[in-house]
Design a binder for this molecule. Structure first.
Ligand SMILES: NC(=O)c1ccc[n+]([C@@H]2O[C@H](COP(=O)([O-])OP(=O)(O)OC[C@H]3O[C@@H](n4cnc5c(N)ncnc54)[C@H](OP(=O)(O)O)[C@@H]3O)[C@@H](O)[C@H]2O)c1
Length: 270
C-alpha cells in the first residue's frame, strides 16, 4: 500500500486564501502538515482562510496543525521582503513552498497596454522568483538527501500551448516563463536537495477563471477529453503526490492536471 502524505511538514502557500491556493492549503492540512502558512494581499481574506483551515484541521483530526496567515502584496518587493522577515520569525525551516499567487489580464492587442503586461509579468514571474529566492535558505534547512524540500510552481497548461482567444498576452508569456524557471532551478537546486516541479492546471472554477468559464464553459467541458472542468481533488492529489516522500526522485517535472485538454486544443485557452 502506498500512503502519500506530508506528515509533519511545514509549508507556505502564496495566494493561499482562495481558489487553487486554498485548495492546496486544505490538502496540506488534511494530509498531515504541521504548519501551513498562507499569504495574500487582503488581511481579511487571510484571516477568514486561516479560520477555515483551522476548522478543517480539527475536523480531520490534525489537531497539532498550526495555521499562520500573513498579508502581503508579493508584487511589491519591499512587502515580499517584509513577509519573509515575519516568516523567519515564526519558523526555522520550510519543507514546501507552493508559489501559486498569480493574476491575469485579457484584452485585444490594440487595447492591451504594456503596463498591463508588465503588471502580470511582475506578479506571475518576478514575484515567484523573489518568493523562491527568499525561501531557499529555509528550504535548505529542511532538505535531506532522502526527502528533499519541494518547490511547486503553479504554472498553467497554457505554458505549453499558443492558442489565445482572449488576448492574455502577458499571462501566457508569464506561465511559459515560470515553467522554464522551474526547469532551470530544478537542475540548480538538486545538489542542494530541493526539488522543483510545476503543476499545469487546465480550467478550474475560481475567481480568476470564472469570467471565462461563464462565457465558454460549455465548450471547455465538451472539448475536454474527460468531459469536465478541473475539480479541487484533482489538484490536491497532484500536489500531495509531488510533495510526498515517495516522489523524492520526481524533479523538473511539469505535471498537467487538465484531463488531457492540451491534446484537444479548443479547450486549452487558459
Ligand atoms: N483557475 C484556473 O483555471 C487556473 C488555471 C491554470 C493556472 N492557474 C494559476 O493558479 C494560480 C491561482 O489562480 P486562481 O485561479 O486560484 O486565482 P484566484 O482565485 O484569483 O486566486 C489568486 C490568489 O492570489 C492572491 N493574490 C493575487 N495577487 C496577489 C499579490 N499581488 N500578492 C499576493 N497575493 C496575491 C489572491 O488574494 P488577494 O486578492 O487577497 O491578494 C488569491 O489568494 C495562479 O497562478 C493562476 O495563474 C489557474
Amino acid at each position: 500500500m502506498v500512503n502519500f502524505n506530508v506528515n509533519g511538514k511545514i509549508a507556505l502557500v502564496t495566494g493561499g486564501t482562495r481558489g487553487l491556493g486554498l485548495h492546496c492549503a486544505e490538502a496540506l492540512v488534511e494530509n498531515g502538515a504541521k504548519t501551513v502558512i498562507i499569504t495574500s494581499r487582503k488581511a481579511k481574506a487571510c484571516e477568514e482562510a486561516k479560520v477555515q483551515l483551522e476548522e478543517l484541521a480539527k475536523k480531520k483530526g490534525n489537531n497539532q496543525c498550526e495555521i499562520i496567515s500573513i498579508p502581503a502584496d508579493l508584487a511589491d518587493e519591499k512587502q515580499c521582503e517584509e513577509l519573509f522577515k515575519k516568516i523567519n520569525e515564526k519558523i526555522d525551516k520550510l519543507d514546501i513552498l507552493v508559489a501559486n499567487a498569480g493574476a491575469t489580464w485579457g484584452a485585444p492587442l490594440e487595447d492591451h497596454s504594456v503596463s498591463a503586461v508588465k503588471k502580470v509579468l511582475n506578479l506571475n514571474v518576478a514575484a515567484v522568483y523573489h518568493s523562491i529566492q527568499l525561501s531557499v535558505p529555509l528550504l535548505e534547512k529542511a532538505a535531506t538527501k532522502e526527502d528533499p524540500s519541494r518547490i511547486i510552481i503553479m504554472s498553467s497548461i497554457i505554458s505549453v500551448l499558443s492558442n489565445d482567444s482572449v488576448g492574455t498576452y502577458g499571462y501566457l508569456a508569464s506561465k511559459a516563463a515560470v515553467s522554464h524557471l522551474g526547469r532551470n532551478l530544478a537542475v540548480q537546486f538538486a545538489p542542494r536537495h530541493i526539488n522543483v516541479n510545476s503543476i499545469l492546471p487546465g480550467f478550474f472554477p475560481t475567481k480568476m477563471a470564472n469570467g471565462l468559464i461563464e462565457v465558454a464553459g460549455d465548450m471547455m467541458r465538451e472539448t475536454n477529453p474527460r468531459g469536465r472542468l478541473g475539480e479541487k481533488e484533482d489538484l490536491q492529489a497532484a500536489l500531495i503526490f509531488l510533495c510526498s516522500k515517495q516522489a523524492n526522485y520526481i524533479n523538473a517535472v511539469e505535471l498537467p492536471v487538465d484531463g488531457g485538454a492540451k491534446n484537444n486544443s479548443p479547450a486549452s485557452h487558459f
